[in-house]
Structure formats: structure tokens, C-alpha cells
Design a protein around this ligand. Structure first.
Ligand SMILES: [Zn+2]
Ligand SMILES: [Zn+2]
Length: 351
């Protein structure tokens, strides 16, 4: 089968290869991939900027969905033809605190499909029986009314759901500021709008113009480049001395956390989603405000369940998030589009 393989932890060491179709054991499920989305992390892997979790040679692609092609003889829950979306866990220990409390993504032994194990930029991907037995939510049923393209971009929206709703605990009428207009930041805007935030600020920097404009279209009230004006200047212009209730840091640099601590109101909530660059040394502003920083990674069963319901009910519109579709053969073109930030999401739908 055809697959996009990252073969070394080196800038650009990725190529389309012919590889054997995965063999299916008695407990495994083989998925024929129908759509797979490119994530910013794929570019970081490709450029060898983020390599900690990479286990090359590995097939990339951690945002994917498709139909069950084959189910091992012991598999009861799935049968060929079932439409499914993966949440990209390929291995968890099943024994640690995180696993035993159902927070599998936080398992120290977790391996993700698409970087630590073979993923969805291929004709087929295997979900091992071992993970399905420990964590049945490694696969979700994709309702018929949701297209495969939409299914492929669910993962980052679940991420945003967890940050805004479950961790940020956004209440109707609150103010929220989102730093970083990548897909997770933009989904955070869409969900904050849906959840009734009274004022949504979206902040980016140079190069983010396309995404900031899109953010405004989907519900951000104020978008601004914080390399031109500070976030606190923008916030104080609209809110006076009031701070925001929630900050979603979907960007990562230390300066964002500094900004977040400035603009958060007393007892406000900061959710750190973006991967860190150097961090500010002084967290004292948090003490005087009694504010909270929540570390965030991924999503859980609740995020997926509720996102699927929202999309199925037609409340969360995915269509506009998909800027372009490609065949897997055009992967280089798709990667460049994401790298240049001229698109929101791009999806492979031919393999
Ligand atoms: Zn991703
Ligand atoms: Zn575990």
C-alpha cells in the first residue's frame, strides 16, 4: 500500500513509499483511510523541530477516519463497513493512575498513531487489539451524516473543546482571549461563540493574517496582532480595567504566558495548550490574582462524545475549516500550504 513515511529524525526525511499492508491479528481492526488531515505537528515532525515522540520509520498522520476494512475474529464491536474516527491512541499501559481514571491520553506510556506508531497518511491503518481492549474509546463511530473530510478534522476540535469547556469552564457571558490562531485556537473561538462568551479576543502575530481574518468570520469580536500592540492594550481598550475570565494559550511562547497573567482577571483560568518555548521565570502575578494555570493535553471521552453530538446536530460547522483537499500523492504541496499558514486545515481524501 501507499504510505507517507518519516524515515529519520532529520529535516525533510519523509517520502511516499510502497509498504506492506498491515497484518490483522485476532483482536485488531484495520481501517481503510477515507480522509486524513494535516496538523501543524506534522510539519514540526517533518522539519525535525519536534522529535521526542517520533519513532521512525513511521507513517505520519494522527487525524484520520475511514471505514473498517477488516476486524479480527475476536472483535465484537466493529465489523467491515463501519464508519469510524480514530482519536489516535495506539498504545496505553492500562495500569497507571491516568489509565485507571479513564484519562488515557495522560498515560506516561501512551503511543500515538501517526508519530510513535504507524498512522493515517496511508491506504490502511491498523488499530491494535491491545489498545482497543484497554481503551474502547480509541475508536468512535462516525455518524452517516458527518462526511469523512469533517471526521478527519474532529481531533483538533475535541482538543479545543476540552480546553474551553472542560478546563476553561466557560460560562455564558464571560470574556475569553485566545492566543494562537492555528486550528485549535480557531476551534476554541468557534466553541466559545457557541457556548455564549460575550466577548472573544483572538491574538496572533505576523504571518497569521489569513487565520485572524477567518477567526473574525467565525465569531471572534476582536482580532489583533500582538507583535504590533500588546494584548493588555487591546483588552483594556474594550474592557477597561476588567480582565478576561479565561485565556487559552494555543500558541506556546513564554511571552504569551506573561501576557496571559497580565490580562487575566482575579481568580481567572489560563489553559496552556500550545507547546512551550522559553518560559517566564516569574509566576507571581498568578499569586496576587489567585488565578489558575491548567496544563492541557488532548481530549477525553467527554470531549469526543460532545463534539460528535454538536457536529451531528449541525451546531458546529466544519465546512469552512477545510481550506483544500489533496490526494496523498500531493503531500508536499499540502505540507507547504500548512507551513505557509495560508490555509486553516488541509485534508487528504484520495489515497
Ligand atoms: Zn494534531
Ligand atoms: Zn497508563
Amino acid at each position: 500500500m501507499k504510505a507517507l513515511v518519516l524515515y529519520e529524525k532529520k529535516d525533510g526525511a519523509t517520502e511516499l513509499r510502497e509498504v506492506p499492508k498491515p497484518s490483522v491479528g485476532p483482536d485488531d481492526v484495520l481501517i481503510r483511510v477515507k480522509a486524513a488531515a494535516v496538523c501543524g505537528a506534522d510539519i514540526e515532525f517533518y522539519r525535525a523541530k519536534m522529535t521526542g515522540s517520533l519513532r521512525p520509520p513511521v507513517i505520519l498522520g494522527h487525524e484520520f477516519c475511514g471505514v473498517v476494512e477488516e476486524a479480527g475474529r475476536n472483535v465484537k464491536k466493529w465489523k467491515p463497513g463501519d464508519r469510524v474516527v480514530s482519536e489516535n491512541t495506539g498504545h496505553v499501559c492500562g495500569e497507571c493512575y491516568a489509565c485507571l481514571t479513564g484519562q488515557y491520553l495522560l498515560c506516561p506510556e501512551r503511543k500515538g498513531t501517526g508519530y510513535s506508531m504507524d498512522g493515517g497518511f496511508a491506504e490502511f491503518v491498523k488499530i491494535p487489539g491491545e489498545v482497543l481492549q484497554r481503551m474502547s474509546s480509541a475508536l468512535y463511530r462516525l455518524p452517516d451524516t458527518i462526511s469523512f473530510e469533517e471526521g478527519s478534522i474532529m481531533e483538533p476540535s475535541c482538543n479545543a473543546y476540552r480546553a474551553v469547556i472542560q478546563e476553561g469552564e466557560l460560562a455564558l457571558g464571560e470574556f475569553i482571549a485566545v492566543f494562537g490562531p492555528g486550528p485549535i485556537g480557531l476551534f476554541a473561538v468557534a466553541l466559545a461563540k457557541l457556548a455564549g462568551a460575550s466577548h472573544i479576543f483572538l491574538f496572533g502575530t505576523a504571518g497569521d493574517e489569513t487565520r485572524l481574518t477567518f477567526g473574525k468570520e467565525i465569531g471572534a469580536d476582536i482580532v489583533a496582532r500582538v507583535d504590533e500592540r500588546s494584548a493588555s492594550e487591546v483588552i483594556s481598550q474594550f474592557l477597561g480595567t476588567d480582565g478576561v475570565d479565561i485565556v487559552i494559550d494555543a500558541a506556546g511562547p513564554g511571552v504569551v504566558m506573561e501576557n496571559a497573567m497580565t490580562i487575566i482577571r482575579p481568580l481567572g483560568r489560563i489553559v496552556k495548550v500550545g507547546w512551550g518555548k522559553p518560559y517566564p521565570q516569574l509566576f507571581d502575578p498568578l499569586m496576587v490574582k489567585g488565578a489558575t494555570i491548567t496544563g492541557h493535553f488532548g481530549y477525553d471521552y467527554v470531549s469526543w462524545r460532545n463534539i460528535i453530538h454538536l457536529v451531528q446536530a449541525g451546531r458546529l460547522h466544519y465546512g469552512s475549516f477545510i481550506s483544500k483537499t489533496y490526494s496523498l500523492d500531493q503531500w508536499e504541496e499540502a505540507f507547504v500550504a500548512v507551513e505557509e499558514k495560508k490555509v486553516i486545515k488541509v485534508v487528504f481524501n484520495q489515497f
